[in-house]
Design a protein around this ligand. Sequence first.
Ligand SMILES: [Zn+2]
Length: 109
Amino acid sequence: MKKVYSNNNIVLVWHVKNMLEQQDIEVKVRNDRLYSIAGEIPLTECMGEVWVINELNHQTAERLVDEMELGSLPEFYSWVCHGCGEEVDGSLAVCWNCQAPLTSKARDL
Ligand SMILES: [Zn+2]
């Protein structure tokens, strides 16, 4: 496994994961489990990491991440809460409405 991306904004971490998976690159997100102890650690300090499982894909993944960062990604990527279905601003890691944390179950818009 090789790390391809890390960011304090877990929303962007999930976005990278989804984007790479759409390109058939198998990845793993690390550190997202810190949500289980939310309250102990400020969510903003939960650095998330995206790891490429097959190192042969690492270069491709890095290029895709570079393109994403240079490209058309909106400043904040909004997500849909799996708890209440509200649209949540990408700068937030928990739902403004019901406080559900962002998880992999959150749908992309
Ligand atoms: Zn919600």
